[in-house]
Ligand binder design. Structure first.
Ligand SMILES: Cc1cc2nc3c(=O)[nH]c(=O)nc-3n(C[C@H](O)[C@H](O)[C@H](O)COP(=O)(O)OP(=O)(O)OC[C@H]3O[C@@H](n4cnc5c(N)ncnc54)[C@H](O)[C@@H]3O)c2cc1C
Length: 297
């Protein structure tokens, strides 16, 4: 595996690291070496990295906090651009919150409430970034980003574009602003003045997560999307799959919608368990579950 001189020059200037273990950057704690790994600090750096990778025909993956990812443990020959802490500032202007893509949803959610605003309480327990949230249209407890997202700044084909969110841009776990169509740089959200109950709602959601979700194990949250008219977790539970294990991967006995890494799970263990659950639920109920987790490798 070689990259050409022009690519190498940019990679060196932008502190690109090599063979960085994906398990250190994913909530599943699974994944082998990411051949090239960068944490840019600006839109210019993101663009320069993408252009440099192109010069060597190197595939690119843009990631956030890695909380919805399953990455191969054989390693992936690609440039991983992680939009995280180096691009994570945010500010409030009236009822508006503008956050860089690398800001954590939990941080901006709590920051909003501290600033007397509501509209993001549901996001306080989601371990992703604003960019990952926009790309997934993250949501919980009847809230989702589409309800508050007004404007997105992103890179498409080398151009930095800021535009208003239009009808149809976001749907259930769908977004027009997701890599590879777009690299989200920042998002503007419209919140409203706290009705006095924001902190209590946030605390309630946190308590419910602790009670219902297997937060003590590494996972990527819900393994499957909600099929229309059903709940994935309920179908998996009714199929008798709670506690079903393949290697180190297990359908959580606490919440059947979660596949957890209960110790040393490999990429293959999780992928095999996803396939097993899909086949079993389809056979028993005729419902085909779609993975919510993004698989790389
Ligand atoms: C314990 C737990 C609980 C969870 N609960 C919820 C929940 O309640 N609701 C929910 O919706 N999700 C939940 N998730 C899943 C996950 O946190 C969300 O999908 C989150 O939005 C992913 O953000 P991320 O920054 O981690 O993105 P990553 O996992 O790094 O990436 C996810 C996808 O977004 C793309 N992406 C990331 N950043 C950008 C960017 N800047 N520009 C373009 N594309 C980008 C990636 O290419 C990838 O396709 C949970 C996960 C865990 C582990």
């Amino acid at each position: 595996m070689t990259i050409n001189e022009a690519t190498a020059k940019v990679f060196t200037a932008l502190n690109v690291r090599t063979d960085v273990p994906a398990r250190d950057y994913t909530s599943f704690r699974i994944g082998g070496p990411m051949a090239y790994f960068a944490e840019p600090s600006s839109a210019e750096e993101v663009s320069a990295l993408i252009d440099a990778a192109k010069l060597s025909r190197l595939p690119v993956h843009v990631i956030g906090n890695g909380s919805n990812l399953l990455i191969s443990d054989k390693g992936v020959r690609a440039l991983f651009i992680r939009i995280g802490g180096n691009m994570s500032s945010f500010r409030f202007e009236g009822n508006f919150l503008t956050a860089e893509a690398g800001a954590l949803l939990s941080v901006v959610s709590k920051g909003s409430v501290a600033n007397g605003l509501m509209g993001l309480e549901w996001a306080s327990g989601i371990p992703g970034t604003v960019g990952g949230g926009v790309a997934m249209n993250a949501g919980a407890y009847k809230g989702e980003l589409s309800q508050v997202l007004r404007e997105v700044t992103f890179i498409r084909d080398g151009e930095v574009i800021t535009r208003e969110v239009r009808e149809g841009d976001l749907g259930y776990r769908y977004s027009a602003f997701a890599y590879p169509e777009a690299v989200v740089l920042s998002a503007k959200m419209e919140l409203s003045p706290d009705d006095g109950g924001a902190k209590a709602r946030m605390d309630d959601y946190t308590a419910r997560r602790r009670e219902k979700q297997p937060l003590e194990y590494p996972s990527a949250g819900s393994a499957f999307k909600r099929p229309e008219g059903y709940f994935a977790g309920a179908l998996i539970e009714q199929a008798g799959l709670k506690g079903k294990r393949i290697g180190g991967a297990m359908v959580s006995p606490k919440h059947a919608g979660f596949i957890v890494n209960c110790g040393g799970a490999s990429f293959g263990d999780v992928a095999a368990l996803i396939c097993f659950v899909r086949a079993d639920v389809y056979e028993k109920f005729g419902v085909l579950l779609e993975p919510e987790v993004k698989i790389i490798g």
